[in-house]
Design a binder for this molecule. Structure first.
Ligand SMILES: Nc1nc2c(c(=O)[nH]1)N[C@H]1C(S)=C(S)[C@@H](COP(=O)(O)O)O[C@H]1N2
Ligand SMILES: [Mo]
Length: 220
């Protein structure tokens, strides 16, 4: 059974408090930081690590780790929401906003979507408009300390308004697309967009169920 199928079968947690609507429907608040991903945690040599912007009609750009660290630095404090039903309030992430990253970059005319790539072979799609919101961050630090390997060191994306599967860990590049294409979870039963307050969890038939499957998993 796939992950989307398992999540659909799980029981919803009792929702006692929505914190004035701040906690999206069907979510449970946690103070821990669960760790979820497919595959192995990558190891890197920062001297050879790189980050790429590419796509049809794009003047490809490549950044080294040092080049990214020299760009303007921003800290955002945001709530995060995982489709497996945990939410965590007030997370401080520091890094480079996508707006700053793309300041001297020409997005080709007609680009409507992007694919975000992370190791190992993870990908997720976003509308370009969402990528360009002011709080979308290429983050290197969490609560003032470098991201741990399991949370995405050296860089991860943070997309606060969508479920956390869109926040690619170990990010390596962004592809600019004229036409939308589903990413990994989007091909495996998850919603194409994933807005948290609308509960856009699954594709296809209407969602039920939550699961707090993260309880069985790792966290820190
Ligand atoms: N490269 C990569 N990024 C990923 C994933 C993954 O499997 N690989 N999983 C996603 C999912 S489903 C979630 S919920 C979050 C979890 O981030 P965390 O482990 O820091 O809580 O990472 C997202 N980013
Ligand atoms: Mo997830």
């Amino acid at each position: 059974m796939g992950k989307a199928e398992r999540l659909k079968k799980a029981r919803p947690p009792v929702q006692k408090n929505s914190y004035g609507g701040r906690l999206p429907p069907g979510q449970t608040l946690t103070e821990k930081f669960p760790i979820l991903h497919e595959g192995e945690v990558p190891e890197y040599d920062l001297a050879t690590w790189n980050f790429k912007l590419f796509g049809e009609g794009v003047q490809n750009r490549e950044f080294t780790y040092d080049e990214l660290m020299q760009l303007p630095q921003t800290t955002i404090v945001k709530d995060i929401h995982c489709v497996t039903r945990w939410s965590k309030f007030d997370n401080a992430f520091t890094g480079v906003t996508i707006r700053d990253l793309l300041k001297d970059f020409e997005v080709p005319e007609g680009t409507k979507h992007v694919m975000i790539y992370g190791d190992h072979d993870y990908e997720t799609n976003l509308p370009l408009e969402d990528l360009l919101k002011e709080d979308i961050l290429l983050a290197h630090s969490y609560e003032g300390k470098p991201l741990t390997a399991k949370h995405g060191y050296p860089f991860r994306l943070i997309v606060p308004h969508l479920y956390f599967w869109k926040s690619v860990k170990w990010i390596r590049g962004i592809e600019f697309l004229k036409e939308d294409r589903p990413g990994f979870w989007e091909r495996n039963g998850f919603h194409n967009y994933g807005e948290v307050h609308n509960e856009e969890r699954f594709s296809g038939e209407d969602l039920e169920i939550p699961e707090d499957e993260w309880h069985k998993k790792e966290f820190d």
